[in-house]
Ligand binder design. Sequence first.
Ligand code: UD1
Length: 426
Amino acid sequence: MTGLAQEKIWLAGGARLSGEVTISGAKNAVLPLMAASLLTGGECIINNVPRLDDVLVMLSVFKELGVTADFCGHRLRLDCRRVRPAAVDPRVLGRIRASNLILGPLLARFKEAEIGACGGCSIGSRPLDLHFAALEALGARILPLENGYFAFARDLKGAQVTFPFPSVGATENMIMAAALAQGRTVLSGAATEPEIVELAAYINAMGGKVTGAGTPIIVIDGVKSLHGASYTVIPDRIEAGTYLLAGALSGGEVFLRRARKAELAALLSTFDAMGVNWRETADGLWVKGGRLRSTDIVTAPHPGFPTDLQPLLTAVLCTAQGRSTVRETIFENRFTYVAELKKMGASIQIRDNCAIINGVPALFGADVAAGDLRAGAALVLAALAAEGESLISGVEHIDRGYEDMVPKLSALGADIRRVKLRAQAV
Ligand code: UD1
């Protein structure tokens, strides 16, 4: 028997949250911006970078690629002059799905790239077929390796590409590959997420020519080379959604500094249906909870309800008055956390890709385990509302995507802390 120190989150529910929380930079915008920095040998500076594990793992990938990085506070300086495009151990690449975003920029600049087999993850199989088909339309060839893929091209040439589904990652990879391709690329059926708009703006700040980002048709005119740039990333809309839902659930009043209404429209109209009060101010969003009503939502690509907030909304609806339905249309396996919510007294049935939630008067504290990032955040929200104490394991998933979640909730009045427990392994 060995004693392994395992970190968990301990939480005593019932606190009414109040006060102010500052929203960090957007994880899902920073990762593609980091990847796009590989398009140039010039110095790139990204400001407002959240200090969280996905960024640190991406930096370990960059280190193996030969990138010099200086991450000080929330300012990340990248020097990609001496990049070795196929030098990364596929096992390191496999640790973070977003590492597939190095494919487009490395192909564009060096005409070759290697990525790891990111494989499936707990929320779904997550294949890369849309990335590969689009890059092949530009002239790339992709060969499977034992632990990943090798991509190469003699030249990348602009093309007309239509996505059958608006994949966020495939749209990002194509914008980066086409930025240095010969001639014009027109992407139809592209993803319209705010993070795509950020990537296009960053590439344009580097001297690129990308128009139409934020709409389903994006036009990229390839340029011969790109230069370094300095850019400040937008606030994280999913982190903002998390604290909005936490405020609504606890019945308190919370102000989210830097949160922006435009990127959270789907959640805010759901709040209107649920009877949650919210208001936009000059520098953020304010939310006030109360007795919540049930609602019905369907996840969809932007501007629809974001799949990344689906587990968190389900957790909040557990104690809303009446029967709610939450239908998941983006990932095929995103309800695994429901079994954990049931341990806390939730009444939820899963039928196909739909959760049917019957609101209960109260949840109760329990020992629960997070299987992925947003599932972890959902369990934290449920524990905030629950009567009694909860212990949440799988904290490493939460650390992937939230900067300082425990101190931020604690500052809002939650009775929450990280604890190190000796797990007994046999
Ligand atoms: C990004 C976000 C993730 C979010 C998701 C959907 C980052 C780092 N991650 O992930 O948080 O949940 O968008 O908003 O930005 N698909 C294919 N073939 C492909 C690519 C995707 O079938 O080649 C499928 C996926 O399996 C999934 C769906 O399309 O079912 C959406 O995936 P996609 O939009 O590509 O998500 P990611 O870019 O991986």
